[in-house]
Design a protein around this ligand. Structure first.
Ligand code: CTP
Length: 399
């Protein structure tokens, strides 16, 4: 995607959460967006325009009557691929709901056909006020995307609904608009595996690995938000899945094999992000092995290669994705694995690099596909990596 198709107008209105918009600005630039910030005069009481100018793709604007640029609201409104206002105060919300345009931000909104995303932030009493609720309902009915505020600690130290949504949620709402990803996976059945399996030695001990399941969960959530019907077969101990995702919790490689095959036959896509054990104790003990029994010798036996079995039973047109977590010569091992496993796409990461793989919030992967150029994500959030992978899956499905 080229940068010109990601022109984001970032509106900031005057609430304490305005400081969080600085991070949103930086994240959108990191994601390759061209970010043009507009601050209301109230926003500048909370955070300086110069901060945004330093981080954004062009200087922050605050004035409707600016002698330097000609009719800025029309330029920004027309060029925008998306307008996001974070935070949106109750006042700005009311103005937009009623078509009032009395400053640069509200004029830009009115002078634009771009999708509009509002991330409200205000005190609970305001958020629950019938006038605000009515404005939200009006805006939603016009197709405005509302990134609902969250429950949490508010500026006054009290707790309640009204806290600005996380940077992650707001950035993803923007990215799904500019990338044409919204609902592009609608009706597709996608199976995702996640987490490291646990193989029992005895009732209290097991063999496992360092996988947290975060990348697999991010793929499942991203696919569901793009309209897919997602089944997540996960061995992770803590599961962070959206409501729309069907979760099948498993522990061992054998349970994962069973869980995946129950749903794979119907799936358009299977993504094996799980770190499945290659070996398991051949004779798990039924009782806790006591120290007094001496050091046990644990015989291992191989598990079934689930990915290979999926490839073997693949249905027509099904896209199968494998993962490879490597620690050296990652690309070389990855290419060999793509060929030997027979999957369509192979996602390789070098988990010895800082910030990559196990238990991090970020990842950096290269997506390999036979006969196609490699796609490299660079260091990005696991959610962004998930969307880049799903873009590639989408392309493959379309072939
Ligand atoms: N995988 C699987 N079943 C297994 C082991 C692995 O389906 N029993 C899948 C993983 O989910 C991943 C891919 O195979 O998508 C590659 O896993 P990896 O452990 O990197 O591959 P191996 O073939 O086990 O190779 P290595 O010798 O590097 O461990």
């Amino acid at each position: 995607m080229n940068e010109s198709s990601r022109f984001v107008v970032l509106g900031v209105s005057g609430g304490i959460a305005a400081y969080k918009a600085v991070d949103i600005c930086r994240r959108l630039v990191d994601e390759g967006c061209h970010v043009a910030p507009i601050l209301t005069s109230e926003a500048t009481r909370f955070v300086g325009a110069i901060t945004f100018s330093a981080l954004a793709s062009e200087p922050a604007q605050t004035e409707l009557y600016d002698v330097k640029s000609r009719i800025p609201h029309t330029r920004l409104g027309q060029e925008a691929d998306v307008i996001v206002i974070a935070p949106t105060t109750a006042n700005v919300l009311a103005k937009i709901a009623n078509g009032i345009a009395d400053d640069l931000l509200t004029n830009t909104v009115l002078a634009s056909r771009a999708p509009l995303i509002l991330a409200p932030a205000m005190h609970t009493e305001m958020w629950e006020n019938p006038a605000v609720k009515a404005n939200i309902a009006t805006l939603r009915s016009r197709g405005v995307i509302i990134v609902d505020p969250e429950y949490g600690r508010l500026a006054g130290g009290d707790r309640g609904a009204g806290r600005l949504a996380t940077t992650e949620r707001i950035v993803e709402a923007v990215l799904s608009q500019v990338s044409g990803r919204a609902n592009d996976l609608e009706g597709r059945r996608i199976v995702v595996t996640a987490g490291g399996t646990k193989e029992a030695i005895d009732p209290v001990r097991f063999l496992s690995n360092r996988s947290s399941g975060k990348q697999g969960h991010a793929i499942a959530n991203a696919a569901a938000r793009r309209g897919a019907l997602v089944t997540l077969v996960t061995a992770a101990s803590s599961v962070d899945a959206d409501e729309g995702v069907t979760v099948v919790s498993v522990e061992t490689a054998a349970e994962m094999l069973d869980g995946v095959h129950r749903v794979a036959a119907e799936a358009d896509v299977v993504i094996m992000a799980a770190a499945v054990a290659d070996f398991r104790p051949a004779n798990p003990q039924g009782h806790k092995i006591k120290r007094s029994e001496g050091v046990p010798s644990i015989m291992l036996e191989p598990t079934v290669d689930i990915l290979a079995s999926l490839v073997e039973h693949r249905r027509d047109g099904q896209v199968i994705v494998g993962f490879a977590a490597e620690t050296d010569d990652a690309l070389e091992h990855g290419r060999a694995k793509l060929a030997s496993k027979g999957c369509d796409l192979l996602v390789v990461n070098d988990v010895s690099e800082p910030g990559v793989g196990f238990n991090h919030e970020t990842n950096s992967v290269v997506i390999l596909e036979a006969g196609q150029d490699d796609v490299s994500t660079g260091l990005a959030s696991k959610y962004s990596v998930a969307n880049v992978l799903l873009d590639r899956v989408m392309r493959r499905l379309a072939q």
